[in-house]
Design a protein around this ligand. Structure first.
Ligand SMILES: Nc1ncnc2c1ncn2[C@@H]1O[C@H](COP(=O)(O)OP(=O)(O)OP(=O)(O)O)[C@@H](O)[C@H]1O
Length: 251
C-alpha cells in the first residue's frame, strides 16, 4: 500500500480577494516524485509554498481548508522551524549563503545544535555525496559557494537541504535557470533521492515531468483538473485542459 504523506482537503488560497487555489483535494504519496504542472499563473508555486507554510508571511495571503502532514494539520504546528526541517524547500534560482561550500551544508546542522566537528564533517560529506557534488567540490570546501557554477550551486542547495535529513523536498522549478547538462544531473539526483525522500516539484517542462515523476498534478486556474500516474495521464488525459496543455495549445 502506498503511504500518504500529505493530505490536502478543500484547499482554497487567496491573495486579498483573488482566489488562486480553488477547492484542491489531493493526497501526495510518500517516497515518490510528484510533479505539479499547468499554465503560468495557475497557482503551482502558491500550492507548493502552502505545503511548508511559506505563504504565511505574504501580505494579503489567506487560505481555508486543511493540509495534513502525516495526519497532522500543519496549520496547528507551533514549531515551524522543526517542521521546515522535515519539509524543506529548494528554489528556482540557486541561493547559496555567502559563505564557504562546507559552511553552506553545515549551516543547518549547526543551527540544530550539533557541535561535534567530526560529526558535522561526516554529515556534510554525506550530503554532498547524496547530492552528487562531492567529487566536484571535495578540494573546494573552503571556497566561497558563489564561485561554483549555477548547476553546482543548485546541487549545493539540495545538499544543504539533505544535510538536516528532511522527509520531503519541495522544489520550485529547480532547473529553469540551468543548462541541459546541469538539468540532467539534477534530474538524475532527484530520481536517486526519491528512493529515500518524498519529492514534490513544480516544473514547466512536460519532458522533465515525464522523465522523473511518478505522479503528476495538473492545475488550471487554481483548480486541480487532473491527478494520477504520469505515464497514464500523458497517454490518456481525461480533461480537455490537460489535453490542450500537452499539445501545447495552452502553456
Ligand atoms: N505575493 C502575491 N501577491 C499577489 N498575487 C500573487 C502573489 N503571488 C502570486 N500571485 C498571483 O497568484 C496567481 C498564482 O501565482 P503562482 O505564482 O502560484 O502561479 P504559478 O502557476 O506558479 O505561475 P508561474 O508558472 O508563472 O510561476 C497569479 O495570478 C499570481 O499573479
Amino acid at each position: 500500500m502506498d503511504e500518504i504523506i500529505f493530505e490536502i482537503k478543500d484547499l482554497c488560497a487567496y491573495y486579498d480577494t483573488h482566489r488562486v487555489l480553488d477547492h484542491i483535494n489531493v493526497q501526495i504519496k510518500s517516497k515518490r516524485i510528484t510533479a505539479i504542472m499547468g499554465p503560468s499563473g495557475c497557482g503551482k508555486s502558491t500550492f507548493l509554498r502552502c505545503l511548508n507554510r511559506l505563504n504565511d508571511l505574504v501580505d494579503g495571503f489567506s487560505m481555508v481548508g486543511q493540509i495534513f502532514y502525516r495526519g497532522q494539520d500543519i496549520y496547528q504546528i507551533k514549531d515551524l522551524t522543526q517542521y521546515r526541517r522535515k519539509v524543506t524547500m529548494v528554489f528556482q534560482r540557486p541561493n547559496p549563503f555567502p559563505m564557504s561550500v562546507f559552511d553552506n551544508v553545515a549551516y543547518g546542522l549547526r543551527l540544530m545544535g550539533i557541535k561535534d566537528r567530526y560529526l558535522i564533517r561526516e554529515k556534510v560529506e554525506n550530503a554532498l555525496k547524496r547530492a552528487a557534488l562531492w567529487d566536484e567540490v571535495e578540494d573546494k570546501l573552503k571556497k566561497p559557494a558563489v564561485q561554483l557554477s549555477g548547476g553546482q550551486q543548485q546541487r549545493l542547495c539540495i545538499a544543504r537541504a539533505l544535510a538536516v535529513e528532511p522527509e520531503v523536498i519541495l522544489l520550485d522549478e529547480p532547473t529553469s535557470a540551468l543548462d541541459p547538462i546541469a538539468t540532467t544531473k539534477i534530474e538524475r539526483l532527484l530520481e536517486t533521492i526519491a528512493e529515500e525522500y518524498t519529492v514534490v516539484i513544480v516544473t514547466h517542462s512536460m519532458g522533465q515531468a515525464l522523465r522523473i515523476s511518478d505522479e503528476v498534478m495538473f492545475l488550471y486556474q487554481g483548480r486541480l483538473v487532473e491527478y494520477g500516474v504520469t505515464s497514464q495521464i500523458v497517454k490518456t488525459p481525461t480533461h480537455e485542459m490537460t489535453r490542450q496543455f500537452l499539445t501545447g495549445k495552452i502553456g
